[in-house]
Design a protein around this ligand. Sequence first.
Ligand code: PAF
Length: 282
Amino acid sequence: MNHPVVVDTIRGMREVVAAARAAGKSIALTPTRGALHEGHLAHVSRAGELADIRVVSIFVNPTQFTVAADLERYPRTLEADLEKLAGVDYVFAPSVEEMYPAGPTETKVTAGKVGSLYEGASRPGHFDGVLTVVAKLLSIVTPDVATFGQKDAQQLFLVKRMVADLNLPVRIETIETVREADGLALSSRNRFLSTSERRAARTLSAALDAAASAGSSGIDATIAAAQGALMGEPLVELDYLKIVNPKTFLPVDDDYRGPAIAIVAAQLGSTRLIDNETLYLG
Ligand code: PAF
């Protein structure tokens, strides 16, 4: 299968889009930061079912990193990524200068209260950076549909809300989390885990499974079940474990009954992992 055509300028991308539109073709965008794994490939494969032309953006967006060292160590693997994307039509891989010619934009999309919780609490400004770059990518590629992963549940919630709030003409397609055999959610960060940390990392999904199983016994039992699973693993340093309402992404009240999402973040050595699972509180 053919390798994708790499487009590295905004102008070039707009020309591709104009030609596609003139030919009556629909477009799907999968925004990524590269370092692609099977989880991303699930997006690409779904995108192929949803639109005529698939565009994958690969851009390590500096404005969503709040720690310089994290930006520096983020894996950049364009050649290997292109190999994995055989069959995809276009890869949009702009430089930082192309996306931010005058440095970080003065105009920003702000993620609001939910943007300052959970992931946003440990990385202030992270979601403003994410939403701003996603808005730019949507404006450049003008896709009919864009894929976002359930794995980054908070990001997914905020992107969907931005699209609704700003009436952006795009449909957001949720892609389910792809997991290793032991339940660990695929992530570009998993490569940083040592052997013992990798073994310990499965505790995150085990804790979420325990929460889901305890859901019918109420919120306290649900949290206790997840905490119980996490406590047995000394290599997992819990950052947060919350049960949130899918409609608001705010923690559910004690008497809440209905669908919910258990979200968890933990530090394993120098690597931070997140995961989530939908459950029903009875
Ligand atoms: O999920 C990611 O990899 C990034 O946050 C995204 C959506 C590509 C924006 O940089």
